[in-house]
Design a protein around this ligand. Structure first.
Ligand code: AMP
Length: 315
């Protein structure tokens, strides 16, 4: 099997979300970790190079899949099972800084056992969205010629499935988590120390997302930081973390290889895609986003952190 150099396989949830926002309630919004990550990555890859693997129920219309395909996402790995699609209901605080899960209905996701279609097993890059760590390992094993694997996880698996999570960590190159998850996983509050601890357990690189406070990358070349893009209007943070990870992996796959410099550039694409995600309810902004808008935001990001290169001269 010859590896496909610039292809990205994404596995995770595909969902309908009910979102209680300070400004109103939104029902049956398209969601899920794989959905957000694929929409973000597909902006950076040629049509068909972003491959989504997940499960939906009878209530998931063909037209939603067609919309994903129209964005260049290959959907032959989306299984249709009899029953209802995974549903998540969340309520955000008035300042959008925190959210509470009101209800999670696994539905067809409960028996999900991801099967990577034969034609996608030569994918070079793999993003394991937030699913049971055992299933994440199963997916990795199906992608024989993988070059670079990244994974996300959540508090539920960190506390509930430590053995499977430890196994998952041993087979990924990059872990992408938020600060709370990094602290919970390592048992260490200081993020620099937490990162060192987690990197000893498998992933050579670690990204810690900090929402509006940006994101940190830790790898063998040191520590790198990208801010969150300062936005006047944040509408809905749902999926920002998945869009960040999808943007990061999409950029890496577009380059066909990973180096410390490429990883650092990828952090900006990740942050830019995360920033677009929060500008609308659900993934609508990502679904309408064009490459020139993305490019303009990357430019704005570069200006945001460009201090001109001056260092303090020794007197
Ligand atoms: P994020 O805001 O990046 O954490 O991602 C939010 C998305 O994750 C929503 O669209 C949900 O449908 C999905 N989600 C919520 N809970 C779970 C879960 N337990 N497993 C998988 N996906 C989930």
């Amino acid at each position: 099997m010859i590896p496909d150099p610039d292809t990205l396989l994404i596995v995770g949830s595909i969902a309908f979300d009910d979102l209680d926002m300070p400004g109103g309630e939104h029902r049956n919004v398209l969601g899920g970790s794989a959905t957000y990550a694929s929409l973000a990555a597909s902006l950076l890859l040629r049509p068909g190079a972003t491959r989504i693997v997940g499960v939906v129920g009878n209530d998931f219309s063909e037209s939603i899949l067609s919309d994903l395909q129209a964005r260049g996402i290959e959907t032959s790995g989306v299984e249709r099972a009899s029953g209802r699609t995974f549903r998540w209901h969340g309520r955000y605080s008035d300042d959008l800084a925190s959210r509470t899960t009101l209800d999670t209905q696994l539905n067809v996701f409960a028996d999900f056992s991801p099967k990577v279609p034969r034609e996608h097993r030569a994918s070079s890059f793999v993003f394991l969205g937030n699913i049971h760590p055992k299933l994440q390992v199963d997916v990795v094993e199906q992608v024989a010629r993988r070059k670079f694997v990244a994974a996300d996880t959540m508090n539920f698996w960190i506390s509930g499935e430590p053995a499977h999570l430890a196994q998952m960590l041993r087979c990924v190159d990059l872990l992408v988590v938020n600060d709370e998850e990094a602290r919970q996983l390592s048992g260490i509050h200081n993020l620099v120390r937490a990162a060192a601890d987690i990197r000893k357990r498998g992933p050579k690189a670690l990204v810690i997302k900090r929402g509006e406070f940006g994101a940190l990358l830790f790898d063998d070349s040191g520590t790198f930081f990208v801010p969150a893009y300062p936005l006047e209007d944040v509408v809905d943070p749902t999926g920002a973390g998945d869009s960040f990870a999808g943007g990061l992996m999409g950029y890496l796959a577009s380059q066909g290889e990973v180096s410390p410099l490429i990883l650092r550039k990828a952090m900006f694409f990740a942050a830019a895609l995360g920033s677009f995600c929060v500008e609308s309810i659900g993934p609508a902004r990502l679904q309408s986003l064009g490459r020139s808008e993305l490019s303009a935001r990357i430019g704005a990001f570069a200006r945001l952190v460009d201090h001109g290169g001056d260092l303090l001269r020794s007197s």
